[in-house]
Design a protein around this ligand. Structure first.
Ligand SMILES: [Zn+2]
Length: 422
């Protein structure tokens, strides 16, 4: 359902993402310009049409089914971060499209594995004809502000239109797991965050388009303190077991938080997933993390860290922590033997509509293999109780909630704090 609001002659068209989670696409149109914020995949709808047997035929089909937005009909697209419910399929954009992203170098790294993927994800990377630029370089008065999220980097966009100033938050949270354990590293990863910058520079906002994911979250995700406490306890108690951690390659803060505990408990981190290996290699160089890291012996892996083979891993289980991605521990455990009692820390960061993951098969395997599973969800989104502070800092004239199934609830909340929804 497209929702259109008009302020001072500027049209704000929400093509996707109103009263739903995942698949944001917002068009801002005035008499001489038209720009788009995000062009995500609607995974809730994706799952209705496709499964492991029935796969998408083309981006065109996905567009016709309303799974991706008609963003190919626009020329300027600003992407807030690289989760697929925001980034979408770059391949279906026309050659003359101008695409802006938080960081082209990281995008390039992130997209590389998709290029040769056999399924529909091969349409995630752009065709060679498309120009991808750093958001900071745009000529459209769009200012990117860094925000914290479970994918790095993530930005909010402030459109400094002479008729109406619009702030689109993308996805964001106010807290961070790494800040409380290594604040120096945290400030290397993040400086100049949205709320501080808005205050420091005195930007005024007419319309705040804000995400409200956690207003309709089925369970409240753990905050950074609980998360750190639980991970600390797991490492502390399961001293004699192999520990496997399932990580998202874009979740820099979760990666460094886990590396911190691995290091603190004197264990050796071993990466067993190719994609994660590439990103961890990049993150550690970018943020100057030079403590020891290992990789599993595998001829398909480029060697960037010291190598450990499967035999050594099976023999000295309590000395290692396996860093891997979803599904991989099951494959690894079926291959290696005697891993009963292994402890799995599964970090699912997002809700189902954002990623399209199904964990039920995984659960059956973990049970069969005799694993102890800790499923932790640390939110990439702010909590409802933090909304008041956000509003009092930004002081918007109007609010439009997106990326939530509870837009009415958000608006009721907004009203109680003395602000109003559009
Ligand atoms: Zn996201």
């Amino acid at each position: 359902m497209t929702v259109t609001k008009t302020v001072n002659g500027v049209e704000i068209k929400i093509l996707q993402g109103y009263n739903e989670i995942g698949g944001n696409c917002i068009v801002i149109k005035d008499k001489d310009s038209e720009i788009v914020f995000d062009q995500g995949i609607r995974f809730s709808r994706f799952r209705k049409f496709y499964n492991t047997r029935i796969q998408p035929l083309s981006p065109q089909e996905m567009k016709e089914l309303g799974i991706i937005p008609p963003s190919d009909e626009y020329k300027k697209i600003f992407i807030s971060h690289y989760h697929l419910d925001h980034l979408g399929l770059l391949f279906h954009l026309p050659p003359d499209a101008e695409v802006y992203v938080p960081d082209t170098e990281i995008l390039e790294k992130f997209l590389e594995p998709y290029k040769n993927s056999p399924g529909w994800t091969t349409y995630v990377p752009p065709s060679v004809a498309i120009n991808i630029n750093n958001a900071i370089s745009n000529q459209d008065n769009v200012i990117p502000f860094y925000v914290e999220h479970s994918a790095y980097p993530a930005v909010a966009y402030y459109l400094n239109n002479p008729n109406v100033r619009i702030l689109y938050t993308g996805d964001f949270r106010l807290t961070s797991p790494i800040d409380s354990i290594d604040s120096e590293l945290h400030s290397k990863i993040h400086n100049k965050l949205l709320l501080k910058e808005i205050t420091a520079k005195g930007y005024s906002t007419d319309v705040l388009i804000i995400e409200g994911t956690n207003f309709s979250s089925p369970s409240t995700p753990t905050n950074e303190y609980t998360f750190n406490n639980i991970v600390f306890e797991i490492f502390n108690i399961h001293k004699n077991s192999l520990i496997m951690v399932l990580l998202d390659p874009l979740d820099v803060e979760a990666i460094f938080t886990i590396l911190h505990y691995v290091n603190y408990y004197g264990r050796k981190p071993v990466i067993t997933n190719r994609r994660l290996l590439k990103m961890i290699d990049y993150w550690t160089r970018r943020f100057g993390w030079n403590k020891e890291i290992y990789q599993l012996l595998d001829e398909n892996f480029e060697q960037v860290f010291e190598v450990v083979d499967e035999e050594e891993l099976t023999k000295s289980q309590s000395e290692y922590v396996i860093l891997t991605a979803k599904d991989e521990p099951i494959e690894l455990a079926r291959k290696l033997k005697n891993l009963e009692g292994t402890v799995v820390i599964s970090l699912s960061t997002e809700t189902k509509s954002e990623s399209g993951e199904d964990e039920s098969v995984e659960d059956v395997w973990f049970k069969t293999l005799g694993f102890i599973v800790y499923r932790l969800r640390i939110s990439g989104h702010y909590y409802p109780y933090e909304l008041r502070d956000i509003l009092d800092t930004i002081k918007p004239k109007y609010v439009i909630p997106v990326h939530t199934e509870a837009s009415r609830t958000v608006c009721e909340f907004v009203k109680r704090f003395g602000y109003q929804c559009l």
